[in-house]
Design a protein around this ligand. Structure first.
Ligand code: ASP
Length: 588
């Protein structure tokens, strides 16, 4: 707590007064949270600042209205018998004999400044400065500041140097749509706002910085969602002469320090699984480990099945505990959901008592008569199901079967954000390529500077999809917090990867030439990571939407209802920038 001398115009903060302060003369400043008349002259004025609320008893408070900014000088005294408010931290006291000075009048607020009343989001964002006064926003932004401070402490302790990198930059390799800024001095030329400091941080490694970090603003012109804004903040880091384990260690340290600064819980552990295992068991590369319902492989049980709907390269199933009683319309909705996710269909079966008794049940399903007894008992055993459970299954090529069931697992079992003990998990051994594109070339799963796993290098050209990379992600409760990799630091290897990706010399030179040039002057082996602060803080604050942990976010449509941005520029400004607006180009 700050010393009184540091409190400026006041002696105390509103929310800090306690019974032990009784008898003290205080001067408080803040906003009028509410005013209640008490007899002819007297009013109770609840005075609020960022620390809380205290009741002031004011004589002749006629001209004091809600959200006025006032200073109150008075004496702290115990509240009269029977009027103590245990729900309030300052509930044992009130400030009496008050002198009130109005520091600023205020219009009635566009919505009440209380967390109990949920105002329309557009209105909240239009008057964000009022919204920010609410306890929830105050708590979220202050938690965010603690997270940032803890991260800085952990990074400094680990020998990292904070370096700022440019915002007016040139394309970076993340592959999202970019924001461009027209140059006033060179009409027709543009700066590009960085999707991340990726190239800059690699150049810092060539520049012998050794260990760099930054709480970096990044910009991507992508459609906005609950977990995406145009601009976002990353803990961005890069280190030289390190391997994957070192980077994982640096990031884990910073993340756990931040977790401790944000929450009072015991230090959580960090799990680790491979990408292939994550896909197989959870159907996603960002598994939520807070609950079970793992996917099971029915392939062996159904190897010889006659049921067409379950004949495919892969049959993945899911046990939904206790949901055997789901009604037909809910089950039909699940089938539609699976189809919407790309499956050809979804087989569902209720587990009921019966069967041969030993297995503990039989299946009741539109398809059960096509399944032999052995297959039914095999499915129940493989799923670990018991009477009363529901079993769902999808047959498809492996990746699709996994991803559809992975999504159904979330739909049916995922706890609310932030609920339960946190589950951090590192995902390692990502494939280098995501698949084969329309042009017959493999597509990079991460950015093209990611180092292939040396063991798989012989297959880079002959069997690219089998090549693993030295890339790793950190996931918290099913949210991807960030990703990183060990980088390619040699020009010959980088050329080989560009060639595999179908990026020709000329393209490589025009997009990333300056990085390749830098590598000619001696690049150390290096690797790094980027952790999304917005999502991280949102999970810690148990918020679904990252807008709740950002002071001034944009709406879903990318607008800022408060400033009116984006706005037209006047003609003069347009002319200076050498741009003319015309009809939108036809959609690509
Ligand atoms: N630059 C990458 C990203 O922003 C992260 C990294 O590889 O360090 O996604």
């Amino acid at each position: 707590m700050a010393t009184p001398a540091a409190l400026g115009m006041r002696t105390d903060y509103c929310g800090t007064l306690r019974a032990s302060d009784a008898g003290r003369q205080v001067r408080l400043c803040g906003w009028v949270a509410s005013r209640r008349e008490h007899g002819e002259h007297l009013a109770f004025v609840d005075l609020r600042d960022h620390t809380g609320v205290v009741q002031c008893v004011v004589d002749h408070a006629h001209d004091v209205r809600t959200e006025y900014v006032i200073a109150v000088a008075g004496t702290v005294r115990p509240r009269p018998e029977g009027t103590v408010n245990p729900a309030l931290a300052t509930g044992e006291v009130e400030v009496g004999d008050c002198q009130v000075e109005i520091l600023a009048a205020a219009d009635p607020p566009p919505f009440p400044v209380t967390d109990r009343i949920d105002a329309d989001e557009a209105l909240r964002l239009r008057h964000r400065y009022v919204d920010l006064r609410r306890d929830r926003m105050q708590a979220n932004l202050r938690m965010r500041a603690r997270v940032n401070a803890a991260i800085r402490t952990a990074m400094d302790r680990q020998g990292f140097t904070e370096v700022e990198t440019p915002l007016l930059w040139t394309p970076t390799p993340e592959g999202s749509r970019e924001f461009a800024v027209p140059s006033r001095r060179q009409h027709g030329s543009f700066y590009v706002l960085p999707q991340s400091p990726q190239i800059a941080k690699q150049l810092l490694m060539v520049g012998e910085l050794d260990r760099y970090y930054q709480l970096a603003r990044c910009l991507r012109d992508e459609d906005l969602r609950a977990d995406r804004q145009f601009e976002f903040t990353q803990l961005d880091l890069e280190a030289s002469f390190v391997g994957q384990e070192d980077v994982i260690g640096f990031v884990s340290e910073a993340v756990l320090e931040a977790d401790a600064a944000a929450t009072a819980r015991p230090r959580p552990s960090m799990d680790r699984i491979t990408w292939a295992e994550a896909m197989d068991r959870y159907g996603t590369d960002k598994p939520d480990l807070r609950f079970g319902m793992e996917l099971v492989d029915l392939g062996p049980v159904l190897a010889g099945t006659e049921l067409k709907a379950l004949q495919a390269a892969s049959v993945k199933a899911l046990r939904v505990p206790g949901q055997g009683g789901l009604g037909r319309s809910r089950l039909d909705a699940l089938v539609e959901r699976a189809k919407g996710l790309g499956a050809k269909g979804l087989v569902w079966a209720r587990v009921v008592a019966g069967g041969d008794g030993a297995s503990g049940g039989a299946l009741e399903s539109p398809v059960s008569r096509f399944l032999s007894d052995d297959e039914q008992t095999g499915i129940i055993a493989a799923a670990g199901a018991a009477p009363g459970d529901l079993v769902l299954a999808v047959a498809d090529e492996h990746r699709r079967a996994c991803s559809v069931m992975g999504q159904l697992r979330l739909d049916l079992g995922r706890p609310p954000v932030g609920e339960g003990p946190p589950r951090y998990v590192w995902i390692v051994d990502f494939p280098l390529f995501d698949g084969i594109g329309d042009d017959g070339r493999p597509e990079a799963a991460h950015h093209p500077f990611t180092m292939p796993n040396p063991e798989d290098l012989p297959f880079l050209e002959s069997d690219p999809l089998r090549v693993r990379s030295l890339a790793y992600d950190l996931v918290l409760d099913g949210w991807e917090l960030g990703s990183g990799s060990i980088r390619v630091h040699r020009v010959d290897m980088q050329r080989r990867i560009f060639a595999a990706l179908g990026i020709d010399e000329e393209q490589a030179q025009s997009r990333f030439g300056f990085l390749l040039d830098a590598f000619r002057f001696g690049a150390p082996p290096h690797g790094g990571f980027a952790l999304g602060i917005d999502r991280f803080v949102a999970v810690l604050a148990r918020e679904e939407n990252i807008r709740e942990v950002i002071a001034f976010p944009k709406t879903q449509s990318g607008a800022d209802p408060m400033t009116g941005a984006p706005k037209a520029l006047d003609r003069q400004a347009m002319a200076e920038l050498g741009i003319r607006s015309g009809p939108a180009p036809p959609a690509r």
